[in-house]
Design a protein around this ligand. Structure first.
Ligand SMILES: Cc1ncc(COP(=O)(O)O)c(C=O)c1O
Length: 342
């Protein structure tokens, strides 16, 4: 159904239990937070400003509200989580205009942003300020290093910044096979959310300002947005556990591999048409509606586009090869019943 239906990785549970012993300073003044912030510096290969938040929507709110003033616009794909799935939170908390752009595949390109530049300096229009991309996208596609760098170059040459919604950044880094600094520092990304929850944390995300100069007001914004945890050590301890020995990458690599196994396994099955080539841990197949209904009675998954009979199948750090093979077998069985009924 989703990668956030999965449980918590054992290393994070152990870290939580360990962090629960004794007292620690609140509001991020504790040692776990200091260590986790240093771990992010190391991961990015340079000092970054890392703020832990409760969740993904809240993290996006904190990151974006730090970057913009109410007269700015945040330009993003119309399928972006910030547009579709956050109940308008970024618009409410930033006061800025979120500008959704229709794209073929949910990926934003410089030519999608260029038309809005004619508004720069004109007081009648929201002022283009942020290019927001989801990496991986909501339909599991990736921006290559070059694609991201092109967006950043374009943004910076027009006094804009690039924000990455990285709820699934782990899956993206694992699939691209590059380092965090190659993908997010060398390309010129300014700020981002670094997802933890979908990759095995219990809760919590990190907002990372790669351009630390942009973070001047971030701590005030986080507090106002209700995203500062008083017992901050618990989010930090989870982040530390995931970053240790690149566990985050190991789990994301596994999750991606399970999606690949599922894609390969369903490839030859009739009536299943893959609408997008899976790149991370989500598959978006089109199936006849009666088949979807029968399968959903047995294994819960989301309709992605009800009108087009496209659904979403996701894997996670917790998905096993047995889970995948059972699902494939169940699909084969349902298809054979569907065939004999028509
Ligand atoms: C692309 C993206 N961004 C952000 C989020 C985080 O949202 P939440 O507020 O549910 O943690 C999600 C979760 O589904 C997501 O898919």
């Amino acid at each position: 159904m989703s990668d956030n239906t999965a449980g918590v990785v054992p290393e994070v549970m152990e870290a939580l239990a360990e962090a629960a012993r004794g007292s620690a300073a609140p509001y991020g003044w504790d040692d776990y937070t200091a260590q986790a912030r240093s771990a992010f510096d190391e991961l990015f290969g340079q000092p970054v400003e890392t703020l832990f938040c409760w969740g993904g929507t809240g993290g996006n709110v904190v990151g974006l509200a730090t970057l913009v003033s109410p007269w700015h616009s945040i330009i993003t794909a119309d399928s972006a989580h910030v547009i579709v799935d956050e109940c308008g939170a970024p618009a409410r908390f930033t006061g800025a205009t979120l500008t959704p752009v229709a794209t073929d595949d949910g990926k934003l390109r410089t030519q999608d942003v260029a038309p809005f530049l004619q508004w720069s300096g004109n007081e009648h229009h929201p002022q283009p300020k942020v290019i927001l991309v989801s990496q991986a996208t909501e339909t599991g596609l990736l921006y290559s290093v070059d694609e991201l760098a092109a967006l950043c170059d374009f943004a910076h040459s027009h006094e804009m910044v690039v924000y990455v919604d990285g709820a699934r950044i782990a899956n993206a880094v694992a699939a691209l096979g590059c380092t965090v600094s190659e993908l997010l520092v060398d390309t010129g990304v300014d700020a981002m959310t670094f997802g933890l929850t979908k990759n095995g944390a219990m809760y919590g995300e990190a907002v990372v300002f790669i351009d630390t100069a942009l973070a001047a007001n971030a701590h005030f914004v986080r507090k106002q947005a209700g995203q500062l945890a008083s017992k901050g050590r618990y989010i930090a301890a989870q982040a530390l556990a995931l970053l240790k020995d690149d566990l985050w990458l190991t789990y994301a690599t596994h999750s991606n591999a399970m999606a690949k196994r599922l894609a390969d396994g369903v490839a030859g099955i009739g009536h299943v048409e893959m609408t997008l080539a899976p790149q991370v841990n989500g598959l978006f197949p089109r199936l006849p509606r009666p088949l979807i209904t029968a399968l959903q009675e047995w294994s819960l998954f989301f309709d992605w586009d009800e009108d087009d009979d496209v659904v979403r199948w996701m894997t996670s750090w917790e998905t096993t090869t047995t889970d995948v093979d059972r699902f494939i077998a169940g699909l084969e069985y349902s298809v054979s019943r569907f065939d004999s009924a028509v």
